[in-house]
Design a protein around this ligand. Structure first.
Ligand code: ARG
Length: 559
């Protein structure tokens, strides 16, 4: 907000050639407080104005006057601006107090849908770390978009279709035991799938058997359909346990199989537009020299992952005309999404440009990709349970008198896993380490939650009531914290417009550190300004809690 206002004043002085947006893009927030609250570098003006940056800075500075500017200094080619702290402090705290939950919200997304393709695990297979990333990143982005006014539509595009289900049906009818499957569906079905592949090496006719079962599935054979439905329901059941644990829900659970009978019209359309070509018996859409063709129908007549995604994209646009349609999927599928977008574009859908692949890196274990095959990995559910168990141990040690430690441990353990993911640039690979996630001291979820609980305890001890706040004071020690609280609305905006929850995560770490610093330095309880200081502490808890909520994390008041 100050950046904007400062930019407006400077742009007034410079004239129309230098619009506010341009000035604002140059304004910096200096790392060192002695360089001002904001700073405007004049180097970019030197050429067009034919003057030295320092001269320009001096000329602008003498004309820069506003009640909010306390001091304007020229240093080299920079104009360093210091704000009137009492004014800004009061203004900020009043904004938070007026409507705590709305602080940091925006309206620029109002009336616009954003579709999120997220989570999207495959039935009869373990929920992988990649699916976890998709779920956690997608959920945080949806929260952020909602905060900015958009209507998010969270879609779980379950992988419940394809030739592998023919193999699974073949395996089940040969070796499956209903009771064993019922007891632990995903584990048993995965096992059957592995058994199938091992047996097929010795008995190649099995492959044909698998194909036949898939054909049965496609032609809606009752036996095939009943089994498939059962596997699907049982898998979804297990996934739901995870979603509950993570606190994530969906607006739409519509998997690949839903599009079984919706692909034919798409293929027809591509044909009518003259886009389909036959290549070695298969139907493809050529995409030029730089990209391999998109496979639409294989030579044996079956459709593909791409065909279903095309049908799904069209269906989504019809159901929720979207401003953006985001696919939160690992970077290894990037070619697939580029192809899909281009096919839609060639087919004449002007909204194809609104599709975006929000990609992310892998989760590594000891520097290697976590593989879901051969039971080598820690399964996600076990990892979460382990995180919760360790959180419980940590907490019992720190605060043996805690009431309801189990629920808090769940919030902390799960929060630790979520935060570990979201604090890093999503495009990077990340190392999975429970130890790093759970420490109370580092850049972790538990650190943030613990800082929040500490601030809440301070408010309780000081009997602070949000009904009688005192948002006043020119308190030099409080200034960094005021500035941090004040930065929240800008953070939600940039995180949203760059699809980057890590901006919020890192901001919260900064905010919490600033608070802890303030708390260490300033006497709060028992000081003559106790009520003013607690008002700031309260504002801090509001922002931290809301920031954690956006990331999909709880903010317990006791820890
Ligand atoms: N089920 C797929 C997988 O596990 C992810 C689906 C991603 N979404 C999409 N629209 N293709 O790899």
């Amino acid at each position: 907000m100050e950046k904007q206002m400062t930019a407006l004043q400077i742009s007034h002085i410079l004239g129309e050639e230098y619009p506010r947006e341009w000035v604002e893009s140059l304004i910096e927030v200096p790392k060192k407080a002695s360089f001002g609250d904001v700073s405007f570098p004049c180097f970019a003006l030197a050429k067009s104005m034919r003057k030295k940056p320092a001269i320009i800075a001096g000329e602008i500075a003498t004309r820069l006057k506003h009640p909010v500017f306390d001091q304007v200094e020229v240093q080299g080619g920079y104009i360093n601006i210091f704000f009137d702290r009492a004014f800004i402090t009061e203004h900020t705290l009043n904004q938070v107090l007026e409507d705590p939950e709305a602080y940091g919200s925006h309206t620029f997304g109002e009336g616009k849908n954003v579709v999120f393709d997220m989570s999207s695990p495959n039935i009869a297979k373990p929920f992988s770390m990649g699916h976890l990333r998709s779920t956690v990143i997608g959920n945080a982005l949806a929260n952020l978009m909602e905060k900015c006014g958009y209507t998010p539509v969270k879609v779980n595009y379950i992988g419940d279709y394809g030739t592998q289900f023919g193999k699974l049906l073949a395996a089940y009818t040969r070796w499956g035991d209903p009771d064993v499957v019922e007891a632990d569906p995903i584990k048993e079905l995965t096992k059957l799938y592995v058994t199938f592949h091992e047996a097929a090496e010795k008995e190649p006719s099995l492959i044909e058997e698998g194909r036949e079962w898939f054909k049965k599935l496609e032609t809606q054979d009752p036996e095939a359909l009943t089994l498939w439905n059962w596997f699907r329901e049982a898998s979804l059941n297990e996934f739901n346990t995870l979603y509950e644990m993570l606190g994530v829900d969906f607006d739409w659970t519509r998997g690949e199989a839903y599009y079984t009978d919706k692909m034919e019209p798409v293929i027809k359309l591509l044909d009518e537009k003259g886009l389909l070509e036959t290549s070695e018996g298969a139907d493809v859409v050529q995409l030029g020299d730089t990209m391999p063709p998109c496979l639409i129908r294989k030579s044996n007549g079956t459709t593909t992952y791409a065909t279903r995604d095309l049908a799904a994209a069209i269906d989504r646009y019809q159901s929720y005309p979207f401003e953006k349609s985001l696919y939160v999927v690992g970077s290894e599928q990037s070619l697939h999404f580029q192809q899909m977008k281009l096919v839609l574009k060639k087919a004449g859908f002007e909204w194809a440009d609104r599709l975006e692949h929000v990609s992310f890196g892998m989760i590594l274990q000891d520097g290697k990709k976590m593989s879901t095959r051969k039971g080598k990995t820690i399964l996600l559910e076990e990892a979460l349970e382990e995180a919760v168990a360790q959180a419980l141990l940590n907490m019992k040690e720190k605060n043996p008198n805690l009431t309801n430690p189990e629920e808090t441990a769940r919030q902390v353990g799960v929060g630790a896993v979520i935060f570990h993911d979201l604090k890093q640039d999503r495009r990077h690979d990340i190392e999975f380490s429970l130890e790093d996630m759970l420490t109370f001291e580092g850049n972790t979820g538990p650190y943030l939650q613990y800082t929040h609980a500490r601030a809440c305890s301070l408010l309780r001890k000081g009997s602070f009531s949000a009904e009688t706040p005192q948002p006043a004071g020119d308190d030099p020690e409080a200034w960094p914290l005021v500035k941090a609280v004040r930065a929240f609305p800008e953070m939600t905006q940039t995180a949203c417009s760059t699809n980057d929850p890590s901006k919020i995560a890192r901001y919260l770490l900064d905010l919490a550190r600033t608070f802890n610093h303030y708390y260490a330095k300033s006497k709060i309880l028992g000081s003559p300004s106790q009520q003013e200081r607690l008002t700031l502490v309260y504002a801090f808890t509001v922002v931290l809690k809301e920031g954690l909520r956006l990331l999909g994390m709880a903010a317990p008041e006791h820890m």
